[in-house]
Structures are given as structure tokens and as C-alpha cells.
Design a protein. Structure first.
Length: 277
């Protein structure tokens, strides 16, 4: 009997064309003030797999939740032969928000998505009402990030030989403290996207260190970090607390890079209260 798994991709929403001929994928849920979830980086990542335990609760609390796949990820366009810069991620995302008439919103960003959220908040303060950051990137030098064990293994696998299903599962387990969080369904959803993802997405990613610009953030910030994070140093929360006057952080013990998944109920409760405040 053939027991080979056939991976099933994440749920599909719709594609929105922006300038440059790119299509960005978007799913939505709920009605009310807009809350935009911005996913992180890595092989096979997409908005749904990054925030599946969170966005239904936020939508049910009375918000219009938007789940975009960043350029190069999910079901969005994945151009090759270009640098994947922070400006590219931020500008294409804001074009998408303009196209769907989101002029004001709260941003929720994990890892790379945290850096994108910070960039948009600094460049377009009139657009961003509040920031929720989860182990955000953009707070260290490239060299410091590449010393992190999770990033070293991710780059070695994806940019090198690529990942099979078992290799992808092992990488995803590095993102958590409890490997049981990485379910077969989650691996399948990520693997389906990974099949379509060019290596340029990670090999040519260029994210600057935003630490010396954090004082430009004017909106309230709620942050989360797992102290067992193997991708983004948890000490980064101190930079934000020192630089952003209206900021607060929740640190989780026995938690990795995916605080929103490993501590979903607590995360959702804190975020709903923060948005309503």
C-alpha cells in the first residue's frame, strides 16, 4: 500500500495586482477596524501557516483581519534575479493595502514581518495605529543573525541542497520549544509552498539594522518574545523598550520563535485587549 503523503497547501484567498506586474495573495476575515498580519521569512512560509491560531480570534473580536503573503512567499509572485530588500517588502505591501482601501490599520509582525511593520510605522506613521511585534527582525546586523543556530541551519538547507519533507519538519521544530507544535498538516502546508519558492527569496534578502531608527516609532507597541528563540535574539526587546516611549513586552519561558503559536491563547487575549485599549 502506498503510504506517501501528498501535501495540501494553505487555503487560497485572492490575488491583487500591484505595480510591476506582481500579484500579492490576500485572505480576509471579519469586519471592523483593520488588523494586518505580516508573516516571517523561511522555507514555505505563508500568512495562514504563521497565524492560523490567531486571526480567527481577532476577527471574532470585531476586526477586519487581513492576511497578505509577502512578495516571494505563499501564493504571491516570486520574482527571481532581484534583491529582496526591506523597501521591496514594505512598498509592495502598502500598495496592496492601498488597493484594498486600508488607509489606517494595526500591524502584527513576526520575524521578517516585524521588520516590515517597523519600517511602515516609521515611514507612514499616519497609516499605523498600533504595532504588535513577535520576535521581530531588523534589530541586529546580518552577521549577528547568521550566528543564530536556527538561521544557520535554515540557510544551509534551503540555499544549499533544499529541504525534503523530513528536513522541513526538522527546521520548523527549531522554531518552537515544543516540537509537538509542528503538526503533519503544518508541514504539508509549508511544503506545498516550498515547492514553488525560489532560492533568491532567502539568498538575496537584505534587511538593515533598524535599531538606531526605533525612536521614529510613534504608535503604541506590544511585543512578545520566547526566550528560547533560535532565530532572533530575545535581547532585542530591550532596544525597543528603550527607544519607543509607549512600548511593553511579554517574555515567555519555554517558548521559541513562534510565540503566537506556542502561546496562542495568551497571545490572542493580550492582543485583543491591546487593540481595544
Amino acid at each position: 500500500m502506498d503510504t506517501t503523503r501528498t501535501e495540501v497547501g494553505p487555503p487560497f484567498g485572492r490575488l491583487q495586482r500591484i505595480s510591476g506586474g506582481y500579484d500579492l495573495h490576500l485572505r480576509e476575515a471579519g469586519t471592523g477596524p483593520a488588523v494586518v498580519f505580516i508573516h516571517g521569512s523561511g522555507p514555505g512560509v505563508n500568512a495562514h501557516s504563521n497565524f492560523f491560531p490567531n486571526y480567527p480570534a481577532i476577527a471574532a473580536a470585531g476586526y477586519r483581519v487581513l492576511l497578505p503573503d509577502l512578495i516571494g512567499y505563499g501564493y504571491s509572485s516570486k520574482p527571481t534575479g532581484i534583491d529582496y530588500t526591506l523597501d521591496l517588502f514594505a512598498s509592495t505591501l502598502t500598495q496592496l493595502l492601498d488597493a484594498v482601501e486600508v488607509r489606517e490599520c494595526a500591524l502584527v509582525g513576526n520575524s521578517l514581518g516585524g521588520a516590515v511593520a517597523l519600517q511602515i510605522a516609521m515611514e507612514q506613521p499616519e497609516r499605523v495605529t498600533k504595532l504588535v511585534l513577535l520576535g521581530p527582525g531588523g534589530l541586529e546586523s546580518r552577521e549577528d543573525y547568521f550566528k543564530m543556530p536556527g538561521i544557520q541551519k535554515m540557510v544551509a538547507g534551503f540555499v544549499g541542497s533544499g529541504f525534503d519533507r523530513d528536513g522541513l519538519r526538522q527546521l520548523l521544530e527549531l522554531l518552537t520549544f515544543d516540537p509537538a507544535v509542528v503538526t503533519p498538516q503544518l508541514v504539508d502546508e509549508r511544503l506545498a509552498i516550498l515547492r514553488t519558492q525560489p532560492k533568491d527569496v532567502l539568498a538575496r534578502m537584505k534587511i538593515p539594522n533598524l535599531s538606531d531608527q526605533l525612536g521614529r516609532v510613534r504608535c503604541p507597541v506590544l511585543g512578545f518574545w520566547g526566550i528560547e528563540d533560535q532565530f532572533c535574539p530575545a535581547s532585542g526587546h530591550e532596544k525597543i523598550l528603550r527607544s519607543v516611549s509607549d512600548s511593553r513586552f511579554v517574555l515567555f519561558s519555554q517558548c521559541g520563535h513562534w510565540a503566537m503559536i506556542e502561546r496562542a491563547a495568551c497571545f490572542n487575549r493580550y492582543v485583543i485587549d491591546f487593540l481595544a485599549d
